[in-house]
Each structure stands twice: as structure tokens, then as C-alpha cells.
Ligand binder design. Sequence first.
Ligand code: COA
Length: 525
Amino acid sequence: MRKPFRTPTASLLVLALILLIAACSQEQSDTKTASATAVDSAYSDWQTFTYGNIRIHYPPHHVRDTLFQEDARAWSAIARQQALFLGIPEPTDTINIMFYTGYGQGRSMTGHEYPFMRNDTIFFWLPSFYGPVLARYMIHRWQPEGTHFPFLTEGIIALLDFSGQNYHALTLRNIDENRFEPLADLAVDTAVNSDTERVKTAEAASFVDFIVFRYGRKALASMYAADGSFSAVVNGLFTISVDSLQTLWLQTARQGAALDTTGSRQERCIMADETWSTGITDIGPGKIRVRGFAITDIMEKLSYAETVYLILKGQLPTPAEAALMNAILVSSIDHGASPPSVLGARTVVSGGNSLNAAIAGGVLVIGDTHGGAIEQSARLLQEWVKKGDDLPAVAGELVNWLKVNKMRMPGFGHRLHNVDPRTAKLFGIAAKHGYSGRHIELCQAIEKALQDKLGKALPINVDGAIAAVISDMGFDWRLGKGFFIISRVPGLLAHAYEEMTREKPMRRLGPPPFTYDGPPEQEIP
Ligand SMILES: CC(C)(COP(=O)(O)OP(=O)(O)OC[C@H]1O[C@@H](n2cnc3c(N)ncnc32)[C@H](O)[C@@H]1OP(=O)(O)O)[C@@H](O)C(=O)NCCC(=O)NCCS
């Protein structure tokens, strides 16, 4: 069970007043209006300053009554910044701020030692910082049910309070001075308070920063909302013990402390705001989950081709998709020593470079006319398949369009093969599994239209076949070149290694001797 919030001893009359003020003053203007609905004589002469969705309620002769616009802007900016950090929409509904003139008035009228928030209203007095009480207000919107671990609330508040503190450095100093509160104790100590216990609060802020930095805002939100013992929560969320999490935290704090010496607190928080998301692989200590599946299960239960499908598509393949993905990856593994990418890889080795440079060089050679035809072919298939139900007619129009634009149809034609054996096999596997769809149909119709309209037998080459199959599988054409690259890299590796171990460096590679036909010999005047 989640622990209920402690109820501060706020005056019920004040609360009634706030509710009335909120209900009665709906206008959105930069004006000062007397609040005519006093239910407590202490507040009867209070006025309201409205700026956008910020309402500042204040007594007459407030020390800042000429500066409310500036204050309201500051509240707005801080709320925006905090909303960004918490990943919630910026508040657009009214924020009521009861603005007492100072500590004495605040304490005597509310009974509270420190500024606080209650029922969506902020009770604030100078000389406090704007940040902490507003953070409490924003955290309430972020997770209205509160948390089982109040040190997280205090940590977030301290982190969001742009007061220039280097919380990581403070935490490390606490270790040096033997005042360090270990994570397990910090988590159960509900007394952490941003105003009275700076040591613990610094540690809480450093820990929150670490969680956001390493695991992201969603992990912080999950931790915040979790029930149960701290060790069970840590173990469930991060599959790690509290001690190990603490070790990781302090390692990260060391880096954070160094970073904070070169950047202000505010910059550090902004960096945390810029946390980005990935939907591919979730990692943590002892955890690697690709698209949600444990890598250890994948290692045992899926083939390489099935795993490629999983990582690209985000879901497990059906048996037909697994068979087709395997066929695609095998089909282009190598095509002899003559393709440009192989010559590229071998040339890089021959020049005295390492294996990684050779593979990179070979991959760089892959382009729109070599291997990369998959991409443009899939693009045309995916765009033109939508143009009508009669695919032979669509194919005819496409070939006309190519002719007018003096373009070749990518994925068709081959220097060596009249019929590309890989194409026949790929389409055969698709047919065997009942997987042939409209893209394969359109592809075959284009082959016929090229013959009919151009009078040329231009066979669907392996790139065209892969383009059709991946389009039927629902892959975006922009992934096209990737399938060829994944398939060809082992071939490039074999060629690079053979070049390295069998041939002498700087041997003559490529076409036979050339003749020079540039300018004749000349002198610089
Ligand atoms: C693969 C390719 C380079 C082989 O070319 P090639 O057999 O040497 O043929 P050529 O480049 O000499 O072209 C011969 C004729 O066929 C035409 N042609 C070749 N491929 C064509 C295609 N895909 N679409 C339309 N016309 C094509 C050429 O325009 C040329 O016509 P022309 O004689 O009227 O000038 C060529 O077919 C091509 O560019 N295909 C598209 C790119 C592609 O699929 N690459 C992947 C290869 S696995």
C-alpha cells in the first residue's frame, strides 16, 4: 500500500478563500483586481494580479507589487522548464500563488515554516527561491498519487531548483567526510527535506540525476510510482541489487561532478531534459533486451536472419518471413571477385590498411547501381503499387514514365545472367509459403513491360527481387541498401582476408593498363 501524504496544518479558511478566488477570477489580463470574496478577514483586502494563467494573490503594499509581471514570467519559465524535465505538458490552467510579504507573514497566516503547495495552490513568501515550491506543485501534477519513496521527491525538487549546487560534488564530499547516507538508508528515511537536511538532499538529487541520465525519465517515473520495498523495486526495475545500483550511481556522480565544474547547474538540468528515446534495445546491468526479448533467449531460439528481422521490424517473423529473410541474407553474400565493393575492399587492404578499413571501404562502394538498387527499386514498387488494381497496366505506365524521364528501372538487367538464379529462388520460396504479394506481382509485370515496350530482355536481378520481397514484407524502402550490406559484409570480409594473406601489397588490381588522353606535356609559365 502506498503511504498517504502527510497533511500539513494549513488553515481551512485560507483554502476556502483560494477556491473562491480561483472560481471567481477567470479573466486573463495583466490587471490588479481586488478580490471581493473574502471569507477570512485576514485576507479581505488581498488583491489579485493576473498574468496569463498565473494569479498572484497578495496583500496591499507588497514589497514587490511593481514587479509582479517579472515574477509571473519567472514562475511561467520555471514551470515550463520543470514540465520539460518531468515530461508533462506545460500547465495552461490557472496557477494560484498566495504571495505573502515574507517569512513572518507567511508563517503567521499559514502556520507553515516553509513555502508549500496545497490543493493546486502555491503558498509562497520571500526570500525563498521560486523553484522548490513550484517543483512540488509540478511533481503533484506529474504523479498525483505521490511516492512510496519521499527522498525521490526531495531529490527531484533539489535537482530542479536551479540554485547552482553541484549535487554530485556534495555527495562525493559526504563520502570523504564520512557523512554519506547509503542509498538503502536514504530510501527509507522519509525525513529528507530540502531545507533542513542539505546532505541527504544533495545525495537524493545526485541519485535522481543519475537515474534520469542512465535509465531515462520513464525509469524515474516507474520508480516514483512503484510500491514495495526499495530493494524489490530496484531489483524489479533494473534487475540489479541496491548495492550495485549504488556503485553505478557513485561512478556516474564522479563524472557528473567533473561536468558540473564546467557547466552551471541549470545547464546540467537542461542536459537531463534532452534525454531521448530509443525503441530498439533496452540495456541495464545484466540486461540486454532486443525489442523486448532477452538476448540470451534470442541466442538460443532465433537464427541470425530471424534476429535481423526482429531488430529491423520490431516483431518476431512468421515461418514464411523467417525463410525469406534467410534467403535474402544468403542470396547476396558474394558474387565473385569482380563487383566494385569487393575490388574496393581488396584495394584498401592492398594499400596497407586494416580489416575494418577494408570492410568500410567495400561498403562505401555500394551505391545506386551496385547493391543499392534495392532501395530505389523498392521505392518505385511501393509508390506505383498504389496507383491501381490492374498491375500490368500500372507496370506499362511506369515503363513509359521511365522512358520519358530517360531513367533505368533499378533492379532490372544484369551483365552476366539472362535469368538471375537468385531471383527465381527468392520468388519460389515466397510462392511456396503463399507469401507472394502485390509488389512481387508488379515486379514481374514490369519485367514483361520492359520487354514489350523497350524490346529488351532485362531480367529481374537479385536487387529487384529483394526489393519486391521486402516490400511485400512491409519494410520501408529506405532500409533497402541495408539488406544488401548485411548480406555482403561476410563476403567482403572473406575477400579482404584473402587479399591480406595471399596477395602481395600494392599489386595491380582493377581493369587492364589504361592509355592517357589528357593535355600534352606543358610547362608552368
Ligand atoms: C545492371 C546493369 C548496370 C547492367 O548493365 P549492362 O548489361 O552492361 O547493360 P548496359 O548498361 O550496357 O545497357 C544496355 C541497354 O539496356 C538498357 N538498360 C539496361 N538496364 C536497364 C534498366 N534497368 N532499365 C531500363 N533500361 C535498361 C540501357 O539503357 C541500354 O540501352 P541502349 O542500348 O538503348 O543504350 C544495368 O542493367 C542497370 O543499370 N540496371 C539498373 C541498376 C541495377 O539494377 N543494378 C543492380 C545490378 S545487380
